[in-house]
Structure formats: structure tokens, C-alpha cells
Design a binder for this molecule. Structure first.
Ligand SMILES: Cc1ncc(COP(=O)(O)O)c(C=O)c1O
Length: 392
């Protein structure tokens, strides 16, 4: 969480005073319509027709996106080997099999490895904009369209980020966002799915609320109403998210200012930055320094005042730490474990520590230094000076 305060308290108070915390309600009776208004505002921000706010976070947004695309048993979905485990978990949750793809030096999914790993079973690819750094969406969407694959962008770590002048989440057939406590915008827990595709939206809408048939938004659908889950957002979430949205561009502009200062002031330091697919669109969450080997990376990260970290140490963001997936221990019952029936469908289920060795090599040779949008100029200069010293 970067910024939160009085605005969120004021919006929350209005909802509490209205005594209507459920998302569906009539404005004539004092209902605040916070979730509906947030969905409208978020769709406008990202540049998409439809937006669905979800209580189940980025995970629910990914699951609803895959459900919306009709993906399920018998399908494979390409997922980067470097992402929070939820990206792969969402694929398994709809009964499909995640196939791991290497990242490249930009620290996001490698478009060439997407091409190598695509088979007739591949129904979708999930590029993840890790740490606010956009994936190479142009190459990925061009390839996917040629091969009639869906692109579901995982924007969980890049709320508000852009690629080539358009917000992330507006390039694929759908985009999934997280608003959990660690994200650029937050309501503690929450997420959103965005799309321009009416069918994806309606299927996601049905899935996100097992009671859709009884809601006002369930009355005019062109898809059949099937039984879904419970990922409905509450008015309290909507209220906080609307206030956070007002802060979003300010947070991004300050994060980007800090990141730019690091890049400009360290240009002659001998330090090397990881290449970016779009430096302007990068959210500025961190600066990624690239080294020849792990030893140099660790020495830099631990030098006085740098406070760096290696992405290889980022726990469940690295596929070798996805224990339940590596052990194929999925679901509460063997009959709902996609790996148990994938064998008969000739899907690629093999997964071990060597599957994406290049990803591990890249994650060992980079150092992240996190930006803080609220640094004073003195604090910013001091952090840059520490990096300069460490470079020597
Ligand atoms: C890349 C990525 N995908 C998906 C998720 C899941 O989001 P949530 O925790 O809101 O369900 C996260 C959250 O940390 C994430 O970082």
C-alpha cells in the first residue's frame, strides 16, 4: 500500500451511513452504487467496455477471465515461470493445465518461448506484467491472434501501467487486476476483470455470483446462467477503490519520477539496467539492475544502503517454489485434480526444477531496488548515492 487516508474514510462513512453494504441496490433508496461506479470508472481508466469488480482478488479475476473464455479440461494455458503462483493456480482451478514459459532479460514472459511452447492444445497465454514492468504485448498479441489463442493479461502487479501508450489490460482479450494490500491500488483484498468482449464479460459475471439469476444484472444476459462461485465485491470495497483510483495517477507519476532519477543519475555509473519493453509505461515500482553472475548481484544487493533484493529469492513468485503444483497436489479431491485426467488427453503435465532453467539464471543475475513515491529529494539522492558507491 502506498497511500491511504481521509478520502477513503469519507467514502467508507457514506456507505456505512447508507446501511447498504451489498452491491445490488436501488439508488432511490440511498444506495451508494459504489461497486457499479467503480466498475464504470475502472473500465474507463483502462480503456475497456466492461469491468467486473471481484472480492476474490487477482486470483478471482484470472479465474473469471478463463471461465469467460470458455477454457477448461483438455486445454493448455501458457504461464510464465516467474509470477505469483496464483497465475498457474487459476488455470488449474478451471481444470486446464498450465505450461511454463521462460522469461527473457526484460524479466517478463519471452515471446520466442511462447512460440516454441504453443501446440494445438494451447488455448490461451497469460503474460504477467511483473513488478509493474510491461510484457512485450505487441509481439504476444500478434502471435496469439495468428494462432487463435486468447491473451489474458495478468496486471495484478501493474495497476494503471501502460504499454505503447495504452494501459495494460487493454491489449489482450481480457485483463486481470489485483487490489490486495501489496498492490499499487488497494482495498486490502480485491480485484477486477476488464474486457471488450460481451460474452467473456457475461460468463465472468455469471461465474462471480452463484445468485446471478436473482440479481438485477442477471436479467438481460445473452449467455445461459450456470452455477458459479461467490466473488461478489461489497460496497465497502467499492468505496475504498473509488478513493484509491483518485490517487492512482499521482502514485504512478511519483514512482516513475523516482525510477527515472535512478536511470538518469546512474547512467554513467557502470551499472546496467535490465531492458524494458516500455520504459515510459513501466509503473516505476522498482529499478532492476542486471549483473553477469549471482555473486556480483548479491554483493551489490547487500552493499551499504542499497537495500536490494534478488528476484530468485522472491519465494512463490519462482516456479521452483510452487510446491503444491510441482507435487501435483491440486484440489480437495482426486476427481477434481486436472493432472489426474490430463494424462488421457495427451497434455504436457511434466514439471520439475529444470523446466525453465533460463528463468532461474536470469532471476539470479538481477537486483531489484524498490521505489517509494513519497521519498524526499534528499532521500532519493541518498539512495542513488549508495547505488553509485556500491557500483565501485
Ligand atoms: C502476478 C500476480 N498474479 C496474481 C495475483 C493474485 O492476486 P490476489 O492475491 O489479489 O488474488 C498476484 C498477487 O499477489 C500477483 O502478484
Amino acid at each position: 500500500m502506498y497511500r491511504i487516508g481521509q478520502q477513503e474514510i469519507d467514502e467508507l462513512s457514506k456507505v456505512i451511513e447508507s446501511r447498504q453494504l451489498f452491491r445490488a441496490g436501488n439508488a432511490d433508496n440511498g444506495h451508494q452504487q459504489q461497486v457499479v461506479r467503480f466498475e464504470h470508472e475502472w473500465g474507463e481508466t483502462v480503456g475497456r467496455k466492461y469491468s467486473l469488480c471481484l472480492s476474490g482478488g487477482g486470483t478471482a479475476a484470472l479465474i473469471c477471465g478463463l471461465v469467460g473464455m470458455g477454457i477448461g479440461p483438455g486445454d493448455e494455458v501458457l504461464v510464465p515461470a516467474y509470477t505469483w503462483m496464483a497465475t498457474a493456480l487459476a488455470v488449474l482451478a478451471v481444470g486446464a493445465i498450465p505450461v511454463l514459459v521462460d522469461i527473457d532479460e526484460s524479466l517478463s514472459i519471452d515471446p520466442l518461448d511462447i512460440e516454441r511452447k504453443t501446440t494445438p492444445q494451447t488455448k490461451a497465454v497469460i503474460p504477467v506484467h511483473m513488478t509493474g514492468r510491461p510484457a512485450d504485448l505487441q509481439r504476444i498479441t500478434d502471435f496469439a491472434r495468428l494462432h487463435k489463442m486468447f491473451v489474458l493479461e495478468d496486471c495484478s502487479q501493474a495497476d494503471g501501467g501502460s504499454y505503447r501508450g495504452r494501459r495494460v489490460g487493454s491489449w489482450g482479450e481480457a485483463g486481470a487486476f489485483s487490489f490486495n494490500d501489496y498492490k499499487i491500488m488497494t482495498c486490502g483484498e480485491g480485484g477486477a476483470l476488464v474486457t471488450d468482449d460481451r460474452t467473456i464479460y457475461e460468463r465472468a459475471l455469471v461465474y462471480h455470483d452463484a445468485g446471478t439469476a436473482f440479481r438485477p444484472y442477471g436479467q438481460d444476459l445473452s449467455v445461459p446462467i450456470f452455477l458459479g462461485q461467490q466473488y461478489r465485491a461489497s460496497e465497502l470495497m467499492g468505496a475504498v477503490l473509488r478513493a484509491q483510483l483518485q490517487r492512482l495517477d499521482g502514485i504512478l507519476s511519483d514512482l516513475r519520477r523516482m525510477r527515472r532519477a535512478f536511470h538518469e543519475q546512474l547512467a554513467d555509473s557502470g551499472l546496467r539496467f535490465a531492458p524494458s519493453n516500455d520504459p515510459e509505461g513501466d509503473c516505476g515500482v522498482l529499478v532492476a539492475f542486471q549483473f553477469d553472475d549471482e555473486k556480483s548481484a548479491r554483493a551489490f544487493a547487500s552493499a551499504q544502503g542499497v537495500e536490494g533484493g534478488l528476484p530468485i529469492d522472491s519465494d512463490k513468485h519462482v516456479y521452483t517454489n510452487w510446491t503444491p503444483i510441482l507435487e501435483k497436489n491440486i484440489g480437495h479431491h482426486p476427481a477434481v485434480n486436472p493432472y489426474n485426467y490430463a494424462q488421457n488427453q495427451n497434455l504436457r503435465t511434466h514439471l520439475d526444477h529444470e523446466t525453465c532453467a533460463r528463468t532461474l539464471d536470469i532471476l539470479r543475475r538481477n537486483v531489484y531496488v524498490s521505489m517509494n513515491p513519497d521519498w524526499t529529494n534528499e532521500q532519493l539522492d541518498a539512495r542513488i548515492a549508495c547505488c553509485r558507491n556500491a557500483a565501485k
